[in-house]
Design a protein around this ligand. Structure first.
Ligand code: DGL
Length: 260
């Protein structure tokens, strides 16, 4: 039965675990299969062609393992590869983009800062999003920021120096929200909040993507009808040690997101 097959999640590394944790919480009876391409991360400073090829090859591995649907839990890979993937496969494929539309639609007062990888911010997909919803936004490329998360560093002095340099120019400007346009940055919510005025919204795409995933599973009649808790397999192109780290990191991000 197709509905009993796992839902695949893909990211360049550990970042997509933040989205996986959220989706699992809301779909407890589904099986999940996560592949992180940490051996080839970071994607965000590579060329379009490299990211396209790496994404296609990682997704092919998930397809061989029998997934029924796919979440590309990576803004960078979505921006570059989502159209090619949808043209190649006929199961539901959910991608993500920085939550700029939501930030703008619910904006009250002040600036919206969009944090993402250089490649995401250079993509045509982001240019179209910014053109429509970016009137109050400023885009901040964050090369190197995902590496802290890959190294399981969510609170070091070096990380705080990075964040201090990033937010310092906006110290005297009112910020309405910070859009976390890379799934790795969701791990850094607590660290970032220490550099921002109280009340600044930190917006990720978890809720929207999970809602879309549920909608697509229903539309394709793929929802699991099991009443048992679903399984979880975490795979990494960087080997078993990295996969172990993923188990630790999923617990950390559950705590960051306040999930049980
Ligand atoms: N986690 C990824 C994203 O959402 C990208 C990180 C990277 O590989 O540079 O964009």
């Amino acid at each position: 039965m197709k509905s009993a097959q796992p839902i695949g999640f893909f990211d360049s590394g550990l970042g997509g675990l933040s989205m996986l944790a959220y989706a699992r919480h809301h779909l407890p009876n589904e099986h999940f299969l996560y592949l992180g391409d940490s051996a080839n991360a970071p994607y965000g400073i590579k060329s379009d062609t490299e990211v396209l090829e790496l994404t296609k090859s990682a997704v092919a591995q998930l397809v061989d393992l029998g997934i029924k649907a796919l979440v590309v839990a990576c803004n960078t890979a979505t921006g570059i590869a989502i159209n090619a993937l949808r043209a190649q496969y006929d199961f539901p494929i959910i991608g993500l983009e920085p939550a700029l539309k939501y930030a703008n639609d619910t904006h009250k007062d002040g600036l919206i800062l969009v944090l993402a990888t250089p490649l995401t911010l250079e993509s045509a997909k982001y240019a179209a999003l910014y053109e429509k919803h970016g009137q109050r936004a400023r885009s901040l490329p964050c090369p190197g920021l995902m590496d802290f998360v890959e190294n399981e560093d969510l609170d070091s002095q070096e990380l705080h120096h990075y964040l201090n340099d990033l937010f310092e120019p906006y110290q005297n400007i009112k910020i309405d929200s910070v859009v976390l346009g890379c799934t790795h940055y969701v791990f850094l919510r607590h660290a970032m909040a220490q550099h921002l005025p109280a009340g600044t919204r930190l917006l990720d795409s978890n809720e929207g993507v999970t809602r879309q995933l549920i909608r697509k599973l229903d539309e394709f009649n793929l929802r699991s009808d099991s009443t048992e808790k679903g399984g979880l397999s975490l795979l990494s192109t960087a080997g078993a040690e990295k996969a172990e780290q993923m188990h630790r990191m999923i617990k950390k991000v559950q705590s960051v997101l306040g999930l049980s």
